[in-house]
Design a protein around this ligand. Structure first.
Ligand SMILES: [Zn+2]
Length: 238
């Protein structure tokens, strides 16, 4: 299986699906990670380009921790994600055509932040466009319209999971990947008053209780035509 995670800000895919991605790597999948923004907003003290350079490096390191093959970043500035931006759409179409995913993890389409909801639309649109031969970009068409699994959105009560993945074996690796985002530990505490890393572990523990395991991540599957199939794509339970 080929897998592409499209997270909005550096650290979003990490929080939402890195335990599952690490399990995908363990079963032999080829895993790729793409960030849409460069994280330019995530500092109380550094200028946008200064913090962006740090955050993209942190995200690259995090992807390496779980054994992803490659990390990409679309370079959009925080708070500027626009699913109608054709140049950004084309960049993502080419990443999809290059990585050829069978399934995509991305943001849920309702959330507290516009960047997240726009990323969701961008991933949905680009992954359909990538299959259209007459839509010309650098790379040739990807013949599969990939399945989409939306990551849990913490900023809304409308998110209803349809799938759970046991990440008991990979929670430590996920935590290690999250810890690569050193700059965000301070930012999350200073701006949002939360210990993001410990909070995520606790959230995965609570999800585990819901599905009879120690730690879990959850997803809501996109049920549109061509996005569904007759077999389970996510890693199986133990
Ligand atoms: Zn985010």
């Amino acid at each position: 299986m080929r897998v592409l995670a499209i997270g909005c800000h550096p650290d979003d895919a990490e929080f939402g699906c890195f335990g599952t991605l690490a399990r995908c790597v363990a079963r032999g999948d080829e895993v790729f990670v793409c960030g849409v923004t460069n994280g330019s907003g995530g500092s109380m003290t550094l200028e946008p380009d200064e913090i962006a350079a740090i955050r993209v490096k942190e995200a690259e390191a995090a992807a390496k921790v779980i054994g992803a093959k490659e990390y990409f970043n679309l370079g959009v500035y925080d708070l500027h994600v626009d699913s109608n931006d054709r140049a950004v759409t084309d960049k993502l179409v080419d990443i999809i055509r290059y990585t050829k995913p069978d399934m995509i993890f991305t943001q849920y389409y309702e959330d507290y932040m516009r960047d997240h909801t726009e990323t969701s639309l961008l991933a949905f649109n680009a992954s359909f466009i990538a299959s259209i031969p007459n839509y010309k970009t650098k790379y040739p068409v990807h013949e599969v319209v990939p399945a989409i699994f939306y990551m849990q959105a913490n900023g809304t009560t409308s998110f209803r999971p349809t799938e759970y993945v046991d990440i008991t074996d990979t929670i430590d690796l996920k935590t290690k990947a999250l810890q690569c985002h050193e700059s965000q530990y301070g930012w999350l505490s200073a701006h949002q008053g939360v210990d993001g890393f410990a909070g995520n572990r606790a959230a995965n523990f609570s999800l585990g209780k819901l599905c009879g395991t120690e730690y879990a991540e959850c997803f809501c599957r996109c049920m549109m035509t061509q996005r569904v199939n007759t077999y389970r794509m996510l890693p199986e339970g133990r």
